[in-house]
Design a protein around this ligand. Structure first.
Ligand code: ATP
Length: 332
C-alpha cells in the first residue's frame, strides 16, 4: 500500500545543528499522526520538509509514492495551518479562505462557493464578510483551517495549531479537529509539545528528541511501553526505575518504567514487595496521587477514590504485578 508520507534517512542540518538527523518515517493515508517532542527537537523542520519549505541535506521524502525533491510547495497537494494562523488582516474572511484558489486561477464564483463550503465545515458559515481582527482566537484558528481545507489537500500539516488558545477552547478544538479529520479522511500531521494532546488525538505518535525519532507507536504503546527513559520521562507520569532497582525485582539490569496506577499500597511488613514511606497525598477527586520514598527512590502511585489510605509519614509496603514493570531499551 502507498504511504501518505515517507522519510528515508532524511537529515536537515543547519551548519553544525542537526535539526533532523537520519529520520525514517511512514505515515499511512488517512492517519492522524502526531509529532511530539521538546522545543528544538526537529518537529517543525520535519513538517517543513513535507511542505516543501525546506529541502533535506540528505535522504528522501515521498508524498503518496512520489519523490518530493524539486517539487515546489504549491504542487505537493499538502497544506499547512501555522501556529500564528498567518491570515491577511486587510482581506475579509471569505477572501482569506478563497486566497489559495485565486492564486491557482480558479474563477471567482467557483472559489467563493468553495470558500463558503469550507467555512461551513469549520462551523463559521456567516462570518465571511468580517475581517480577521473582528474574530476571537478560536474563530481565527477555524479560518486558518478552512483556508487550508479549501484546497482539498491530501495531507494537512498542523504546526501547534491550538497553541494560542485557552484550555477550554483548546479541548473543544481537539475534539472538533479529530472528528473533522475522521469525516474528511485527510491525512493529518500534527506537531505539538503537549503530550496529553498528542495521546488524546492521534492514531500514532512519533516522539522526537535531538532531531531523531525515539519511538513511534499508538498512544497506548507510547504510554504503557515507552522504549527509552527519555520517552517515559517526556510522556509523563510514569515512574522511571534505575537498573539496580529493576534487577532486584525483575532480574535484569535495565531501566524500567512503572505506571503509578500499577502500584498497590499495603501495610508495612506484610510479605513481598518494596518497603516505602508515604511522603504526601494529593487529593484529585476520582483518584488520590501519592508520593512515596522507596529506599531512597521517589515513586508516584495513584489510588482510586474510596480506598483507605495510610497517614502521611507512615511506613507502607508497595506491590505490583511483575508484568506491569516495563523494561526499556536503555541498558543499565
Ligand atoms: P519548537 O517546538 O520550539 O517549534 P521544534 O521541535 O519544532 O521546536 P525545529 O524548529 O524543527 O524544532 O528546530 C530544530 C533545531 O534546528 C533547533 O535547534 C533550531 O534552532 C534549528 N533550526 C531550525 N531552523 C533553522 C534555520 N533556518 N537555521 C538554523 N537553525 C535552525
Amino acid at each position: 500500500m502507498t504511504t501518505a508520507v515517507s522519510f528515508r534517512q532524511v537529515s536537515r542540518h543547519f551548519g553544525a545543528v542537526k535539526a533532523v538527523d537520519a529520520v525514517d518515517l511512514d505515515i499511512a493515508p488517512g492517519e492522524f499522526f502526531a509529532m511530539l517532542g521538546p522545543s528544538g527537537s526537529g518537529k517543525t523542520t520535519c513538517l517543513r520538509l513535507i511542505a516543501g519549505f525546506e529541502q533535506p541535506t540528505s535522504g528522501s521524502v515521498s508524498i503518496f509514492g512520489e519523490r518530493a525533491e524539486g517539487v515546489p510547495p504549491y504542487r505537493r497537494n499538502v497544506n499547512t495551518v501555522f501556529q500564528d494562523y498567518a491570515l491577511f488582516p486587510h482581506l475579509s474572511v471569505l477572501d482569506n479562505v478563497a486566497y489559495g484558489l485565486m492564486v491557482k486561477g480558479v474563477a471567482k464564483s467557483e472559489r467563493y462557493r468553495a470558500a463558503e463550503q469550507a467555512l461551513a465545515l469549520v462551523r463559521l458559515p456567516d462570518y465571511g464578510v468580517r475581517r480577521p481582527s473582528q474574530l476571537s482566537g478560536g474563530q481565527r484558528q477555524r479560518v486558518a483551517l478552512a483556508r487550508a481545507l479549501v484546497n482539498q489537500p491530501r495531507v494537512l500539516l498542523l504546526d501547534e495549531p491550538l497553541g494560542a488558545l485557552d484550555l477550554k477552547l483548546r479541548e473543544n478544538m481537539q475534539e472538533e479537529l479529530k472528528s473533522l479529520q475522521k469525516s474528511l479522511g485527510i491525512t493529518f500531521v500534527f506537531v505539538t509539545h503537549d503530550q496529553g494532546e498528542a495521546l488524546s488525538m492521534a492514531d500514532r505518535v512519533a516522539v522526537f528528541n535531538d532531531g531523531r525519532i525515539m519511538q513511534v507507536g499508538t498512544p497506548q504503546e507510547i504510554y504503557e511501553r515507552p522504549a527509552t527513559r527519555f520517552v517515559a520521562d517526556f510522556v509523563g507520569s510514569s515512574n522511571v526505575l534505575p537498573p539496580d532497582f529493576v534487577q532486584r525485582y525483575a532480574g535484569q539490569r535495565r531501566w524500567g518504567s512503572l505506571r503509578p496506577e500499577a502500584i498497590r499500597i499495603g501495610s508495612a511488613g506484610s510479605g513481598d514487595g518494596v518497603s516505602a514511606r508515604l511522603i504526601s497525598t494529593n487529593y484529585l477527586g476520582a483518584t488520590t496521587r501519592l508520593l512515596l520514598d522507596a529506599e531512597g527512590l521517589r515513586l508516584h502511585a495513584m489510588a482510586p477514590a474510596g480506598v483507605h489510605l495510610p497517614a502521611e509519614g507512615q511506613e507502607v509496603r508497595l506491590t505490583f504485578n511483575r508484568d506491569q514493570l516495563h523494561l526499556m531499551e536503555d541498558a543499565g
